[in-house]
Design a protein around this ligand. Sequence first.
Ligand SMILES: [Zn+2]
Length: 406
Amino acid sequence: MKTCSKERLEDKIVTFSKFGDTGKGGITRFSLSPAALEAREEFCKRCKALGMTIKTDDMANIYATLKGEEGLPAIMSGSHMDSVKQGGNYDGILGVLTALEVAETIVTEKIPHRHPITVVVWTNEEGARFEPAMMSSGVITGKFDKDKMLASKDKEGTTFKEALEASGYLGEEANRMKPEENMALVELHIEQGPVLEAEKKDIGVVEGVCGMINYEFTFIGQADHAGTTPMKYRKDALYAATKTIQYLHDELDKLDSKLVYTTGKISAHPNIHTIIPDEVKFTLDARHQDPEVIKQVLAIIKAIPEVIEKCEVSYEEAWSRKTVAYYPEYVDFVEKSAQEYGYSAMRMYSGPGHDAQFIADVIPTTMIFVPSVKGHSHCEKEFTPVEACLKGANVLLQTLLKIDQK
Ligand SMILES: [Zn+2]
C-alpha cells in the first residue's frame, strides 16, 4: 500500500511552525494577520510546485486543485491555518499539511485518480481575531449573514472586510465550493482531548459532532454591608449561585458518563469584598452526541426553583448546536483504511466544533482524528508526534482513494 512521506510531512510541520512562532513551542497566527499571510503564501507556493491550480472565494477560502483524469466533482480535504493566541502547531494546520502531503504523494507516486483532489484552507476558523468561530465555512453554507461577518471588528477596530481586502486573497463568490462541483470533504484534525492516547488508539474515526447547549443563569439578590447585615437577613446572590452549581453537578453526574459539562464563566456584582453580591451570572456548557441526553440536561435545568436563598433565579439559552452526523459511507472508509494499514482505531464523536460540521450540511463529509499528547490543545504544549501524524495522513490518502473509486 502506498504511504505518505514522514520526512516531507515533518518538513511541512516544521516550516509552518515558523509563521507566528512564539518562541515557546507554539504560534500566534490570527486570521489574515501577517503571520497567516506568510503561511498562505508558503502553502500556495507548494501547491503551485505540484501543478495545482489555485482559486479563492469571496471569504478568502483557498481551493488548490489537482486535476483528475475525468471531468468529475472534486474530493476536498483540508482545514484551517489560523490559531488562537499562543496556540499550538497542530490544531487546523495539520489538516491542511496532511492534505497537502497526500496531494504530493499522489503526484510523486503517480497514483491515478478520476476526481480532482482539492486541498482547502478555510478562513478564520478560530474566531480569535474576528468573532465568531468557523466564520467563512459558516458564510458559504448559509449559517451566518455575510454582511454581519464583514463588519466584525478586531481589537484594533479593523473590520474583517478590511482585512480581507488587504489580504490579496479575496476572490469571487462563484468560486465557493458547491455540491455540484464537490462530492466530499474529509478533514483531518488533532483530537484536542485525551481519549485516543488513553485508549492507545492511532486513529479516531469521527462519526459526528456532539450537540451542545449553552445557558446563562442570573441570580438577583440584595447588595448590603458585609459587616452590618445579619446572615438571616441576607439575599446573597453568590451563595444562591454556588448552591445551584452544586445542584447541577449532582444531578448531571447521574446522566450518561459521556456527557461533559462546564461552568467556565462567572461574574459577581459589585465584586467588592465588603459588599454582599447582588447579581451573579454563570454559564453552563453541556455536550453529548445523543439529543435525548441533552433533553435530560434541559429537564434538570428546568427543575431549578425560581427563588433560591431568597434570590431570584432566571436563565436563558445563550446558544446551542444540534448533533451533526457525518456521512456513514465515508466514516466506514476511514475505519477500513485504518484497518488496512494495521492501525488501531476507535469510533468517536467530536466535542469541539470544526468547519467540517458546517460543510456536512451541504456535501458528504467526515473527519479523521489523530491523538493529542496528554489531550493538550489551544496552548503551546499541543503536540502530536510526526509518526502519529503520518498514520493520519496515510488513512487520509486511502480514504480519498476509496471515495475516488465510488
Ligand atoms: Zn481546529
